[in-house]
Design a protein around this ligand. Structure first.
Ligand code: NCD
Length: 355
């Protein structure tokens, strides 16, 4: 990387992508269809291997003597848990930094110096940060850092994986969402996906929308209050890729013919300090018990979670097979196993190990 940090960050996402290659995971837009298909296959292979003691032991020996850092400067339950579980399944040792107030950043150390420091000790960094450029900054720092990782025959920068970058990007969630959709629907091609809620600041919905271009005929519907609609940076990418998308006035208006509904919560942490609790979901964008009756039998209801009032809690009591979000959580483990395996060059051996 010859560019200065400012020059790198000033590049449009599409021009950063070739510099990232397969050495970091920063944006959903960096993935091609062949990689996605491969990651889904590796996730499925790892899942099936892990079912037997022999297979789990094999998997647990794929990436030995490596240390993973889970650096989460924002709240996390699922992403943190699933990366830890995935790393354990592959044999990584793990360490985490979750309270920045107890790191040297509270003494005024820059993010770049902190990342350089972590690189002295660990072999991969999963990071979640409120600043949308933090993961790209860490990637830039890793590209120029004093220590590199020997992976097979090549030496690469310590991989940086975004586990959520500001309100803009959550690439690994998008990967696990595609894996979940594929498991439920067989294929995403020609399907209709209704995204609901805070699409403006919902990094999961944004990153998932960025993958639509890879599935011919996949149609997107956006149901959100005007203030929370999908931003033009994403819709412009969809237009450029020829993705068929539309805005629908309410959730109910988007249900007919939908193969999947992807709910999101209002991301009110970006509204500044609150005194009177969380912002409620608008009634037109809540998934009610009655909406389930309008969903096709093969359809699936997803949510990156955490959920609040945007899904009727009574739905969880029904044990309806179309409720996919609890499975979606577990799918995240296997997709993150696949992603780490791919970054560390052990995806082939995992695929080959399945009879
Ligand atoms: C999401 C996130 O952090 O963006 N959570 C997750 O990783 N599953 C969604 C959210 O917080 O609403």
């Amino acid at each position: 990387m010859d560019l200065s940090l400012d020059a790198f960050l000033a590049l449009p996402e599409a021009e950063q992508v070739p510099l990232i290659g397969d050495r970091a995971v920063l944006y959903a837009s960096q993935f091609e269809r062949a990689t996605l298909d491969r990651l889904c296959a590796v996730a499925e292979a790892a899942r099936s291997l892990h079912r037997t003691q022999h297979g789990a032991t094999f998997l647990g020996g794929r990436i030995p003597n490596r240390m993973a850092l889970n650096f989460f400067a924002q709240p996390s339950s699922r992403t943190f848990m699933s990366f830890n579980t995935a790393q354990a399944a592959l044999g990584f040792e793990r360490v985490s930094v979750r309270d920045v107030g107890r790191s040297s950043m509270s003494k005024g150390e820059s993010l770049i110096d902190s990342i350089r420091t972590y690189i002295s000790y660990v072999d991969v960094i999963v990071m979640r940060h409120p600043d949308e450029d933090a993961a790209a900054t860490a990637f830039w720092a890793a590209s120029r850092a004093h220590r590199r990782l020997r992976a097979g025959k090549r030496e690469v920068p310590i991989p940086i994986i975004s586990g959520g970058s500001g309100s803009k990007h959550h690439p690994t969630q998008a990967l696990l969402d595609v894996y979940t959709l594929q498991r439920h629907l067989g294929s995403l091609e020609g399907r209709t996906l209704l995204l609901v809620g805070d699409l403006r600041r919902g990094r999961t919905a944004r990153s998932l929308a960025q993958l639509a271009r890879l599935y011919p005929g996949l149609k997107l519907r956006f149901a959100a209050p005007e203030a929370y609609q999908m931003l033009p940076d994403i819709t412009a990418q969809l237009d450029a890729a020829g993705v068929d998308w539309e805005r629908v006035p309410t959730l109910a208006d988007g249900l007919s013919g939908a193969d999947a509904v992807y709910m999101t919560r209002i991301q009110d942490e970006w509204d500044g300090p609150k005194t009177d609790g969380h912002v409620a979901a608008h009634p037109d964008f809540r998934f009610e018990r009655s909406h389930l009756d309008q969903l096709a039998d093969h359809a699936v209801l997803l949510h990156p979670l955490p959920k609040r009032d945007e899904i009727d809690p009574a739905i969880d009591e029904l044990n309806d097979p179309r409720v996919g979000y609890w499975h979606q959580e577990r799918n995240g483990v296997w997709m993150r196993v696949a992603l780490l395996a791919w970054l560390f060059g052990v995806d082939d051996v995992i695929l080959e190990a399945v009879p």
